[in-house]
Design a binder for this molecule. Structure first.
Ligand SMILES: C[S@@+](CC[C@H](N)C(=O)[O-])C[C@H]1O[C@@H](n2cnc3c(N)ncnc32)[C@H](O)[C@@H]1O
Length: 274
């Protein structure tokens, strides 16, 4: 759809829903700044940038500090990140993977290259940390992983060149968003069933009280005439939380699910206040 796309594989990545999400944004003839408080891989941000739809400033944030560091490193010095990734690609082996997984380097550019390398080569492209905040996903089984996608990285750096990046919980958007700004919320989804739960994005996960707080933040922004859009799974609780707003149902196939038999089409919702 766009040559601008995520440089990380991220659980819950929005590539499939992109045409629908872009279609909703296009209904707005103009908006102020763009905010994505659960940025993850940033699929919608990159797509909108590629389409020239973003004109008035961008704030991308997430609670995952390693993720935001990856964006900072790419924005600061993408050529150095590429150089380091070429080195990782050359040395790639189980020994190299586990050695890199063990140590967190000092500089933000080296940290960015480390996370991109681990993300491209680890099992399922997952990001998971143990209780000490250490990345603990094992090596994946890829014959020939694409470790250094130079064109995607350079385009990402261009897209990120005047973006504000922050490590913070989603509520902080209340202090940032102005009337007519656009906020897109893509939280960890409400699980369709207990076993399909996949909420270990960062330490702590995202439970029902968090979903309820998010619905209150959505309503508060809407009352201040901020444009708000949110995606989530289609469950009774989600429909209940956003019942006052237009809810659009879309079909998507699950990207991350430990049970392969359940990887069929499922219903998701896009909620907007416009
Ligand atoms: C579904 S993913 C977003 C996927 C993203 N839209 C994409 O295209 O890749 C959810 C993100 O929310 C982040 N997150 C979890 N709890 C959060 C919180 N309380 N505040 C902000 N971000 C949070 C996770 O670190 C994760 O990156």
């Amino acid at each position: 759809m766009s040559e601008y796309r995520p440089f990380l594989k991220w659980a819950g990545g929005k590539r499939q829903l992109l045409p629908e999400l872009v279609g909703h944004v296009r209904r707005l003839r103009s908006f102020g700044a763009y905010h994505e408080p659960f940025v993850g891989g940033g699929a919608l941000f990159f797509a909108l940038f590629g389409l020239g739809a973003i004109r008035n400033g961008v704030v991308l944030s997430d609670v995952n500090s390693r993720l935001i560091e990856a964006y900072e490193g790419v924005a600061r010095d993408v050529e150095e990140v590429i150089e380091l990734l070429r080195h990782h690609a050359k040395k790639h082996s189980p020994e190299h993977f586990y050695a890199i997984r063990r140590q967190v380097p000092e500089s933000v550019v080296e940290r960015a290259a480390r996370i991109i390398y681990l993300n491209r080569t680890c099992f399922n492209g997952l990001y998971r940390e143990n209780s000490r905040g250490e990345f603990n996903v094992p090596l994946g089984r890829y014959a020939n992983p694409s470790i250094c996608d130079e064109a995607t990285l350079r385009r990402a750096a261009a897209a990120l060149s005047s973006v504000t990046l922050a490590i913070r919980p989603f509520e902080a958007v209340l202090e940032m968003a102005r009337p007519r700004d656009l906020v897109y919320f893509d939280p960890p989804y409400v699980p369709l069933s207990r076993t399909s739960s996949f909420t270990a994005y960062a330490q702590g996960g995202f439970a029902m009280p968090d979903q309820e707080r998010l619905a209150r933040v959505f309503a508060e922004l809407a009352s201040r005439r901020v444009f708000v859009m949110l995606s989530n799974s289609k469950t009774d609780s989600v429909v209940g939380l956003y019942g006052r707003f237009p809810i659009h149902t879309v079909l998507a196939s699950r990207a991350v699910n430990s049970n392969a038999e359940r990887r069929g089409k499922i219903e998701e919702v896009i909620v907007t206040n416009f």
